[in-house]
Design a protein around this ligand. Structure first.
Ligand code: PGA
Length: 243
């Protein structure tokens, strides 16, 4: 079995069009320097989407999009805008969209179904808030089941990311034991590649990627600086050859 891990960076509301271009150029060079030949996924803000020409396998995805080709959905982008840059990857269900922007599971499921219909690669995020984690394992399981409601978990272009809300952007990473335990629960619900996300950084990515059942990482904060992203890719590459 391949030991390849899927590494993805979520820029959130960071970087401009100009700085994203510089980032992609530096990442392209960095990936060549370290001999990283696998695909890396980047989710820049909508204003920085572009069809970057790179030698390395850098795949650009959208952090969000509306389930429409085009139309009257003020502030949103649709398939026509993504198509201009040949974008075929989208992030759906991120906790910030669920909890800050108030996206419901019904709407998320509708979005998922629509982008699946378009053949998109979908990075689908799930994860519990602190009060649910504190309520115990069964409460967490039920919460995750609800976040998979209406989702075709057999979709072949689906990548799932487990991101506990209390670990996102807080510097507080889940322990390897907790990631392993929760990933096992999710794998029983959905047998697709499963990433971990939540304060992954150069100092902990090795232990995260070594967790049995962890197929990669979705990284926010620590990926915004390109040198830090390259360090994490280098660690992932090293682990691949170690095994
Ligand atoms: P973080 O974000 O790495 O800053 O915790 C992860 C995410 O939200 O995808």
């Amino acid at each position: 079995m391949s030991n390849h891990k899927i590494i993805a960076s979520n820029f959130k509301t960071n970087h401009t069009r100009a700085s994203t271009r510089d980032y992609v150029e530096a990442l392209d060079r960095g990936m060549r320097d370290i001999g990283y030949s696998e695909e890396v996924f980047l989710f820049p803000p909508a204003t920085a989407l572009d069809a970057f020409e790179t030698e390395s396998a850098i795949r650009i995805g959208a952090q969000n999009a509306y389930p429409t080709v085009k139309g009257s959905f003020t502030g949103e982008i649709g398939l026509e805008q993504l198509g201009e840059f040949a974008i075929e990857t989208v992030l759906i269900g991120h906790s910030e969209r669920r909890h800050i922007l108030g996206e419901s599971q019904a709407f998320i499921a509708k979005k998922f179904a629509w982008f699946k219909e378009q053949g998109f690669t979908i990075f689908y995020c799930i994860g519990e808030p602190l009060e649910v984690r504190e309520a115990g394992d069964e409460a967490v399981r039920r919460y995750l089941v609800e976040q998979l409601e209406g989702i075709d978990t057999g979709y072949e272009k689906l990548v799932v990311a487990y991101e506990p809300v209390w670990a996102i952007g807080t510097g507080k990473t889940a322990t390897p034991e907790l990631i392993e335990k929760t990933h096992a629960v999710i794998k029983r619900l959905c047998d697709r590649p499963l990433l971990y996300g939540g304060s992954v950084k150069p100092s902990n990515i090795e232990e995260v990627l070594k967790v049995p059942g962890c197929d990669g990482a979705l990284i926010g904060t620590a990926s915004w600086e390109v040198s830090s992203m390259i360090s994490m890719l280098e660690i992932s590459e090293k682990l691949k050859t170690e095994n």
